[in-house]
Structures are given as C-alpha cells and as structure tokens.
Design a protein around this ligand. Structure first.
Ligand code: FE2
Ligand code: FE2
Length: 286
C-alpha cells in the first residue's frame, strides 16, 4: 500500500514514578494496578527481544528510508525500555520482589528465540507490535477511559502508547521485504497472544499477592481477579480495550497493513494535549 508518512520521533521524557503509591495508582484499585505493573515488568525484556530480532537483518536492508525508520524504531524502544526500568525500580523501592516475574518472562522469550528461525523471531516481534499498537490505539483514542489513573502514570502510558503507534509499521515492512509469509505471521500472532496473556496474568498474580500482604488484606480469588480484568479491559462503558476486536482481527486479512488504520489525527491531538507535560527534548538522529 501507499506509505503513510508519520514521523517516528525518539523523545527524552521525564516521569516521576515516586509521585504516588505504586500499589494503587490505577484507579486506587489493587487488582488493576497489579495488572498494569505486571505489564511494565514484561516490557523491557520484550523490547530487548524486538531490538535483537530486528538487528539480525541490519546488513540486509539497503532502502535508506527503511534503514532510517529501523534506527528510529530501535531508539524509541530502547528509551521505552529504560523508562520502564525506572518504573520497575520504583516497584522494588516500594517493597515488591520482581526478580521471579522477570525470570519467567525471560524464560518464555528465550524459549521462543531458541526454537525459531531468524525470520520467525521477527514474525513474533511483528505480532507483538500488532498487539501493542491495537491496544495503544484504544487508549490513546479514548483517553477519557483513563481519567481515574494517577496523572503521572497516565501520561507515561499514553506516551509509550503513542510512540508504539508512530512506529507500528516498521518491523512489519521489514518482515514483508524479507519475504515473510501470511502463514508465518498468522501463526505468530496466535502463539504470541497466548504467551502475552500468560505473562501478564502471572505478573499480576504475583504482584497482587505481594500488594495484599503489604496492606494486610486477603488475596482475592482467581475468579474475582479474572472478572475484574474482564471489566477493566472490556466492561461498559470504560473498558480500556473496548473496540479492540476488529483491529486485532484485521491482521488475518491477507492484504493487512498497519497503516490501513490511519491514526494521524489521534497522534496529533495527543501531541498537542499531553506531550508537553513530560517532554524534555527530541533525540537528534543524525
Ligand atoms: Fe515500546
Ligand atoms: Fe514497539
């Protein structure tokens, strides 16, 4: 398809993760906060996987536009990863033990890496980038759903989500240029969707048990946590991911391309309203 040109801008940002309690910054709700904190723990490891999977093909790209986009993609993901590490360090300062969760995520992704060919690794990356950007579309496009989040954490997640949208097609374009197939990417999305949900669920369970111990309250049953998650994600009217189904499934159209969903207006309104609050500078890319 004709390429929609969206600038991919790696930005230096500043967030104060000590601004509020990391136990319940998300709507003062321990279960929802544990979910989001679990996502944060997985991300630096996931982003490292993305960067490695792209770097395998560095020498095979001779299109200068794609080369530049890949450089910007790597820079954005590296900054996301560092910011999430700071967030995760705050969890440790607040008394959480995170090493076991990180080891679990690392183990799953190492397994994927070792059992895959280089192009299959990239297929896993584009599948995870698809999941990331369809979720990012939902939250950046419906920011009112996040109104009871602590403002600092809200700004942080929206910044990450917006940059995911900016670079959503980069790895996909690399994959298609390298001859990646429909079958390979379809399989990768099914596998990675399952794995991602397992990772987030595991992180939430462990963190929630720790948060409840810190507050001296009973840990809710798995059934209650699952119902709460369903409401958090898909409940009426403010489920974070309401409306995600069709964008998710669009992947299975043979003619799919990430920019068939044009989010330029959404990005522009985020840049105007939210970005200035925590933005230090853009990273010069030479
Ligand atoms: Fe990212
Ligand atoms: Fe990404």
């Amino acid at each position: 398809m004709k390429h929609i040109v969206v600038p991919i801008i790696p930005r230096r940002m500043q967030f104060d993760f000590a601004c509020c309690s990391t136990l319940d910054w998300c709507g003062q709700d321990l279960i929802r906060t544990a979910y989001m904190n679990g996502v944060s723990l997985a991300l630096p490891i996931g982003e490292h996987f993305f960067i490695r999977s792209v770097r395998q093909f560095e020498d095979q790209v001779d299109d200068p536009v794609l080369q530049d986009e890949l450089k910007r993609f790597v820079a954005q993901e590296a900054i996301h990863s560092r910011q999430h590490q700071q967030y995760n360090e705050q969890l440790v300062k607040d008394g959480f033990e995170i090493a076991g969760i990180e080891a679990y995520v690392r183990h799953l992704l190492d397994e994927v890496w070792e059992q895959s060919t280089p192009l299959e690794r990239l297929a896993c990356t584009i599948a995870l980038e698809h999941l990331t950007h369809v979720m990012a579309d939902c939250i950046v496009g419906n920011r009112e759903r996040l109104r009871d989040w602590d403002p600092e954490f809200r700004a942080f997640w929206l910044w990450h989500a917006a940059e995911e949208i900016e670079h959503k097609a980069v790895c996909y374009d690399l994959f298609t240029r390298l001859g990646g197939t429909y079958r390979m990417r379809s399989r990768a999305l099914l596998t990675m969707s399952r794995r991602m949900m397992a990772v987030f669920w595991h992180g939430q369970q462990v963190l929630l048990a720790q948060a409840c111990a810190m507050r001296g309250i009973d840990v809710p049953s798995s059934g209650r946590v699952a119902r709460s998650n369903l409401d958090f994600m898909l409940g009426r009217p403010d489920g974070l991911l309401r409306g995600v189904e069709l964008p998710y499934l669009a992947w299975f159209r043979p003619s799919y391309h990430p920019w068939k969903q044009d989010n330029r207006k959404m990005l522009a309104s985020w840049q105007q309203e939210m970005l200035p609050l925590n933005h230090i500078s853009d990273v010069p890319m030479g």
